[in-house]
Design a protein around this ligand. Sequence first.
Ligand SMILES: O=C(O)C(=O)[C@@H](O)CO
Ligand SMILES: [Mg+2]
Length: 259
Amino acid sequence: MPRFAANLSMLFTEVDFPERFAMARAAGFEGVEYLFPYAYPKERLGQMLSDNQLTQVLFNLPPGNWDAGERGIACLPDRVEEFQAGVDQAIDYAKALGCRQLNCLAGLKPANVSDDIAWQTLVSNVAWAAGRLADEGITLCLEAINSRVDMPGFVLDTSGKVLALIEEIDADNVRLQYDLYHMQIMEGDLVRSMECLLPWIGHIQFADNPGRHEPGTGEINFSNVFAAIDAMGYDGWVSAEYRPTGATGDSLGWFPGKA
Ligand SMILES: O=C(O)C(=O)[C@@H](O)CO
Ligand SMILES: [Mg+2]
């Protein structure tokens, strides 16, 4: 089976964030990810990881003002300085936590910015970030997020757009973050798509659709999809990024490592 990780921004939310590490470990996970580490000192997060023998799989670059609705600033021409400072902050945390992958949220395109300017800004920011991360041996992931349900206006909403960006940047450490939930909404044909995209996929996440809940609550045949991910030779992490319909422990029927 794939190497499964738990997304602590969505799983185990029945307890406060610091307690979720131990809950994940007790459930049988060896890797965790979450949206952002920046509200906590890196030393404290490092301690929670080591206390629970967990690997930090991934987190996101600073997204701008998340609470105000921003979903990344990489495509915003007037925020380049802030973007670059965010990359440096993320690298600082990643090095302290032993995290080898960071996700760059492309952002929502403002109405007063043209498609072309947003794209050129994204290309130049991602190229700059890739260079900084390469110096540290860190991979930069770019997630395609659905613009039909969850994030209208998100600039990178298809795997094709992410691949076009990866091609334009042409750096070995830039990879596609393939989230089965978003891709089921935007593209479908999940197994065949992953087989085609495999050389560019750096990270996989999942939730069922519709609802973004645990496997078995929607239309995706997860036992077949997980078997196919194994069969195609993907050896990265596969992170559970869903909202459990009840207690997290009761949502883990799909997880072979379940304690
Ligand atoms: O929403 C998702 O999907 C994610 O992976 C988050 O990291 C936010 O982009
Ligand atoms: Mg995701």
